[in-house]
Write a protein that binds this ligand. Structure first.
Ligand code: WT7
Length: 635
């Protein structure tokens, strides 16, 4: 029996049971049947969650780009690998075949080499959703350089801290980007950021918007002339399975972002195997994930997973509301998209518009709808199912994380019966557990607890770049011998999982994972601010929006509050990025604190959500009197 493509429910249960009983045999079969290895592994799995240390396919050698590109050339050279749909519908879409992609990646890889980039060097990629972005990831992988993609919506400060953390030698960027009717000065943001980055030796610049930009002599170069000169031949660097493939930063509940390190062999196997089954991809289908490649969703399910399966993957440069709210559906119709993968926040925003934006487009090509990034609420689920899927395309609500590399809990379309708001069943190889606060596993059904994973899977992040201790503390210390996800979940009577949300200080806004600490740090840099606390509150489009409680220094008390609010949001935009701006800012004389000085966010969260019927015990607070003041001033 081939485990690679699961087609019905009994088969799922069979495969799942095998993956738990004999995980090594199971993964060895998947890895052997469907990928190209230069040398086979010595050992399928070595692991110790206590250290923690995890190795998959140790001793094996490969290059992921051979798997994503070269091996398809004989049979699929002329097949479209990437459909590029530009920001403006007036600009023609571009079809990049597997042969084209091979040529572009080899040329780009040769340009990187000519700039001194070698195996193990870090390259920061800060680009809009244009083909050069996918090509840059693959070019790094071709020569064994470690890519660190930074979402091109992040500020210069956020960019600089990520570049410095992993000591990138190069930045690949563009002169600017299109975002709906606007353009964004990406190169200006890079220039600002690089003022504090000593490790960057060269900057390659894609011309996307024909902007007049500053080019620093000896550091910056336009990419195209270098590509024109480059050879189309570039032998793939032979990598060890456990060599790092990329670093991707994700917010933590405290301090600076965590550079999650993903390695080559296991990540390839898991992203490809999940792609095939989670989307039931068949040869000839057109698949579209609307995420940005700057997030893990784009890494795994726009680039690596689809290409490893020889699929056709759409890359969209623009936004859902430009030129109008019908854009997504226009693209589905235009490219006859079969699998469509987006986020609840986009579904909610589109669901608020006139239904004609959906109805005027032919969506009959759709077979599978996906959702990712946060819990999808019942209303959004039904809107998606009724209006987009028309009750014939199953919705896969896929739960996973930057750290997990691939989808972990999900229905398989046409295999697993779906249930609104439930991510349903674990993917083969995934062993979830629910734990209570004392660390006991809660067995049985109809229970809820903290979601942990008991056993390693091939694409689990192996460490945090430069800080293995933090990796251990964050994921492996809360519960013994378990990977702790940071999420709460419940398990229903048939064993389906429903993710109930974060149990730590991470807030998900429009599908973006934001830590409270970096935002509070930014606010506190405003000269008038003494202290601040951020919480999430329910928002009908973003899922959660940010509510900030701010106490002012004496010097700030006489200031105009509206001006202060604008300035605070500006500091956040500069230090963290516009996605972290606060929807509401309440000025208060105090923040509720425990006797050990920890801010009681639980209370602040309830007040911001206007859920004050049961604030719990406030008598243990150091300063209970501030609670009433905050309630009186709630916005
Ligand atoms: C957190 C991870 C993985 C891609 C995008 C986000 C939340 C993600 C779901 C879902 C409920 C979800 C969790 C998770 N989340 N998908 N289908 N249902 N919650 O990656 O930025 O690393 O965030 O997003 O809270 O822990 P990320």
């Amino acid at each position: 029996m081939s485990n690679y493509h699961i087609k019905h429910l009994e088969e799922y249960y069979q495969v799942y049971r095998k993956s738990v009983r004999e995980p090594e045999n199971f993964w060895a079969e998947v890895a052997e049947e469907h990928f190209m290895w230069r040398k086979k592994w010595d050992k399928v799995l070595q692991w110790d969650f206590k250290k923690p240390e995890i190795k998959w396919f140790d001793g094996a050698q490969l290059n992921i780009t051979e798997n994503c590109i070269d091996r398809h050339l004989v049979t699929k050279g002329d097949k479209t690998a990437i459909i590029f749909e530009p920001n403006s519908p007036d600009e023609a879409a571009r079809h990049i075949t597997y042969s084209d992609l091979h040529e572009r990646v080899c040329k780009m890889a040769n340009v990187l080499k000519s700039k001194g980039i070698k195996k193990g060097d870090r390259v920061c990629i800060y680009l809009p959703m244009i083909p050069e972005l996918a090509v840059s990831l693959l070019a790094c992988a071709r020569i064994g350089a470690i890519h660190s993609v930074v979402f091109a919506g992040f500020s210069s400060k956020a960019l600089a801290s990520r570049i410095n953390d992993s000591e990138c030698k190069m930045v690949i960027t563009s002169d600017g980007s299109y975002r709906g009717a606007k353009t964004i000065d990406l190169k200006g943001i890079v220039d600002n950021g690089l003022e504090s980055c000593a490790t960057v030796e060269s900057v390659l610049v894609v011309n996307r918007i024909d902007a007049e930009i500053n080019m620093k002599t000896g550091r910056d170069e336009w990419l195209q002339p270098l590509l024109d000169e480059a050879s189309v031949h570039c032998a793939p660097e032979i990598m060890e399975a456990e060599d790092p493939l990329f670093i991707l930063y994700t917010s933590g509940s405290t301090g600076k972002p965590k550079g999650m390190v993903h390695t080559t062999g296991g990540y390839m196997v898991y992203s490809a195997y999940t792609f095939k089954n989670v989307f039931q991809y068949h040869d000839g289908d057109v698949y579209w994930c609307t995420a940005d490649i700057g997030w893990i969703t784009g890494h795994s399910y726009i680039v690596y997973g689809p290409l490893a399966n020889g699929a056709t993957t759409v890359m969209f440069e623009g936004v859902p509301h430009y030129p109008d709210f019908g854009r997504f559906w226009e693209i589905v119709e235009k490219h006859k998209v079969n699998q469509f993968y987006t986020a609840p926040t986009a579904i909610r925003a589109l669901g608020k518009q006139n239904i004609e934006f959906v109805e005027k487009h032919d969506l009959s090509s759709l077979k599978v709808l996906g959702s990712v990034g946060e819990p999808i609420n019942e209303e959004a689920w039904h809107w998606y199912n009724d209006n987009v899927g028309k009750h014939k395309s199953p919705i896969v609500d896929t739960w996973w994380q930057t750290e997990t590399g691939g989808v972990m809990i999900t229905p398989l379309p046409y295999v697993t019966p779906t249930k609104p708001t439930y991510a349903t069943l674990p993917f083969p190889g995934i062993q979830p557990a629910l734990l209570d606060e004392s660390g006991e596993e809660i067995k049985g059904n109809q229970v809820d607890g903290r979601l942990c994973i008991k056993f390693p899977w091939p694409s689990i992040a192996r460490t945090i770049w430069g800080d293995h201790q933090r990796y251990k503390d964050t994921y492996f210390s809360a519960f013994e011998n378990m990977y702790f996800t940071g999420d709460g979940a419940l398990r229903d009577e048939v064993g389906y999982y429903r993710i109930t949300g974060r149990v730590d200080d991470v807030i998900i806004v429009s599908g973006h994972n934001l830590g409270t600490a970096p935002i509070e740090d930014a606010i506190n840099e405003h000269p008038a601010v003494a202290e601040s606390a951020i919480v999430g509150f329910p928002h009908d489009v973003k899922g959660n929006a940010l509510y900030g409680y701010v106490t002012l220094k004496e010097t700030g008390e006489s200031r105009n509050q509206d001006n202060l609010r604008k300035e605070i949001n500006q500091v956040i935009t500069d230090r963290v990025g516009a996605i972290a701006k606060l929807d509401k800012i309440q000025f208060t004389n105090g923040l509720p604190k425990t006797r050990s000085g920890k801010i009681m966010r639980r209370i602040l969260r309830k007040i911001a959500s206007k859920d004050i019927s049961n604030l719990g015990d406030t008598s243990t607070l150091l300063n209970p009197e501030c609670v009433q003041e905050i309630m009186d001033g709630v916005l």
